[in-house]
Structures are given as C-alpha cells and as structure tokens.
Design a protein around this ligand. Structure first.
Ligand code: ADP
Ligand code: MG
Length: 386
C-alpha cells in the first residue's frame, strides 16, 4: 500500500498574517524563481503587501514584473489585481500590493561596506582589486548576499510578507551553508593567513596564502601576484572595522530563518536527482530547526485520457501499424510514453513520501509554455493551491 502525503495548503499559508517570510529553495532549474514570483503575486492579490526578492529571473519574466535593470531596489509590480477573496468578515477581497527586485550581489556587498566604514575607508575598500574579485566571484557570495538582503528587507518593515527566491546553485544546501562559510573566511581564516609575517619571502608566503585560499575562485588564484597580496593586506586592514560583523549578521539571518513566521517551500522536479536533493534539504531543515511548509513537485506530466493504460495504448498502436492510420498509431504511442512517464513520476513522489511521510506535498503540472507574464504566474498560483 502506498502512503498518501498530506496536502500543502499554500493559500492557508499566505493568508495567515503570521507568515512573514517564505523561502523558495531547491536545486538548479526546478522553478524556484517562477514559483517565488507566483506565490508573491497570489499573496498580493489576496490582500498581502508583498516583496519578492528574485535572484536570476528570466528576462521576460523580469520585464513583466516591471524590472528592467539590476538596481537592487524593490520596484512596484504593475497589474496586481484584487483576487476577489472574501475575508472572515465577508468583505469583498481587496488587493494588496507587490514589489519585486533582482538581487545585485556586488551592490549589496558594497552597501554593507559603505554602511560600516567611514567614507575614506569605504572608498579604499571598494577600489581594492582584491575586494572587487571577492565581491563578484567568491562562490558563496550570492547566497550570502541573498540572506543579507533578506535581513535588510525584514528590517525595513515595509512589507508584511517577503518571498525569497534562492540563487541558482547546483545544490539547495548551498543557500544555508554559504553564509557561514563566507563568515568564516572573512572573520577568521583569511585574516590569520594574511597576518602570517612574510618572513620567508615571496614563495613560502604564497604557499601559505594559497592553502588558505583553497575556497576562493580560480580567477583570484590566476592573478595572485605581489600586487594582489598587497591589495589583500590593505583590504584586510581596512576591513578590520567590520570584523565580527559578518559572522554576526549571518547568525542573525539564521535566527530569522528559524523564526515561527518563516516557511520554507522546497521545490523539486519529478526526477530522481531533484527529489534526492529535496530529501537532503528537508532533513537539513529539521536539523537546523527551520520551519518547513512542504514540497512542491513542479512540472509534473498529466494526461487527458488517464483511463487508457500504456499497455492497451501500445497494443492498439501495433494493431494500427501498416494501416492507413499512421497518425493515430503515433498518437497512441505518445500516449503510452506519457502514461509511463506519469507512472514513473508518481513512483518518485511516493518514494519521497515514504521517506518523509509528514511533509505536505503539492504538484504543479508542466505547462505548455514558459511562464513569462503575470497571467502565467496566476495560472501557476492556481495550480499551486488547487
Ligand atoms: N510548471 C511549469 N511549466 C512550464 N514551464 C515552467 C514551469 N515552471 C517553471 N517553468 C519554466 O522553467 C524555466 C526555469 O524556471 P526557473 O523558475 O527560472 O527555475 P530556477 O529558478 O529554479 O532555476 C523557466 O523558463 C520557467 O518559465
Ligand atoms: Mg532562479
């Protein structure tokens, strides 16, 4: 017997005023950005004041939300309508509002520097090539900055719901790991490495430094020379006003993510890798005591003629082979493929549920075309909550 997963009730989640942050996470390409925007729009049209923090929206989707450039500031989304929701007192539904922004990770990093160092020092840091490569190419910077931005939006207190899309990393766990990693780099390891006296001269020093730089991207390693070393040292001494800051901020954001008003929505494609990743993520959230709302399986396949089995469909196709009905035979074979695909997807979903029986699940079908405007987002929103 197969177990049935509880249903993820997204409307209940977005209508609950106590929900303040929804984080959409999952592995690359599963639909995080699309779903974050769809959840945000639906919540706005049901009366909430929403800001959606997107990381890498496709161009047309961004344009449809009124985002034309990467300016790191929430912009109002035109076209939000009242959803017609009747609230508890029976009043007609009132539209809330929606803002959206695209994360600019370098700009966010710069703003932290500007906020924490006096103008001269800030200018010195910003001009530093070492800083420039760290702020634009360190492999955890985007995740860290997404969290940083989330903290800023929460502190601004202008919205009653923040929906966060997460960076396009391969692994969903990067989002949770990167801030601590970057915090460690900036607060501890890097500093200690740079404080090693250059007594043995260039070569030995370089060795120590490269060991410490294991996690910094190849770009930096490639250009690592005497000049960069000097830059790194000035960077560090200029940055000392901010020491402790980074780790502290990362910890703050972690607390925000553990707070009762936060809900994680894990997104996966109906494929083994994505669901395995979702499984890890769900376990990790439990370890971190971070509140999980549930799993969305996005882009599932559904067939209009679900009562015709794959086997019968194939048999019928074979009967038609060599007749005057090649198109019908092809359609039957297509139907057989689709039915088998559906069965495989169902098995994968059941596999997830048998491992995590308490995790609520909902499914969104694969639409015929990409989601690139508010109407497309509304369609996704309706499926999400159907
Ligand atoms: N249910 C769906 N049906 C059809 N296309 C979808 C669906 N969900 C997402 N897409 C499309 O898939 C692509 C990747 O989605 P995106 O949200 O950018 O993924 P991610 O942010 O996880 O990398 C986009 O082109 C989007 O329009
Ligand atoms: Mg994305």
């Amino acid at each position: 017997m197969t177990r049935k997963a509880p249903v993820l009730a997204l409307d209940q989640l977005i209508d609950d005023r106590r929900t303040r942050i929804i984080v959409c996470c999952g592995s690359g390409g599963v639909g995080k950005t699309t779903l974050a925007a769809a959840v945000g729009l639906r919540a706005a049209e049901r009366g909430r004041h929403v800001v959606v923090l997107t990381v890498d929206p496709a161009r047309r989707l961004a344009q449809s939300m009124g985002l034309s450039s990467l300016d790191n500031t929430p912009r109002p989304v035109p076209g939000v309508q009242a959803g017609g929701r009747d609230d508890e007192r029976g009043e007609p539904g009132r539209a809330g509002s929606m803002h959206a922004m695209m994360l600019d990770m370098k700009r966010t990093f710069d703003e932290i520097v500007e906020a924490h160092a006096d103008p001269d020092r800030a200018a010195q840091i910003l001009a530093n090539p070492f800083y420039q490569s760290l702020s634009s190419s360190f492999s955890g910077t985007q995740e860290y900055m997404a969290m940083e931005k989330l903290g800023q939006l929460r502190r601004a207190d202008e919205w009653d719901l923040i929906v966060v899309d997460t960076p396009p990393s391969r692994s969903a766990l990067d989002f949770l790991d990167a801030p601590a990693r970057l915090g460690r780099l900036l607060d501890g390891r890097l500093i200690r490495v740079l404080m090693v006296p250059a007594r043995a001269g260039g070569r030995a020093y370089m060795k120590v430094l490269s060991a410490g730089f294991g996690m910094v991207t190849g770009v930096l390693t490639k250009v690592l020379g005497a000049q960069v070393l000097r830059d790194a040292q000035t960077f560090v001494s200029a940055l000392d006003t901010m020491f402790g800051g980074f780790r502290e901020r990362a910890e703050h954001t972690y607390q925000l993510l553990q707070a009762p008003g936060t809900a994680f929505v894990v997104i996966a494609a109906p494929e083994p890798d994505a669901l395995r990743e979702a499984s890890y993520f769900v376990e990790r959230l439990a370890d971190e005591r971070m509140p999980l709302a549930g799993l969305v399986i996005n882009r599932v396949h559904r067939s209009a003629a679900s009562r015709l089995s794959a086997a019968r469909s194939l048999a019928a196709a074979e009967n038609l082979d060599g007749t005057r009905y090649p198109l019908a035979a092809a359609a039957l074979r297509l139907h057989a493929d689709l039915t088998q695909l559906q069965a495989r997807e169902r098995r994968l979903a059941e596999h997830f549920t048998s491992a995590h029986p308490a995790v609520p699940v909902t499914e969104v079908p694969a639409l015929a075309e990409d989601v690139h405007d508010l109407n497309g987002l509304r369609v996704i929103g309706r499926h999400l909550t159907a």
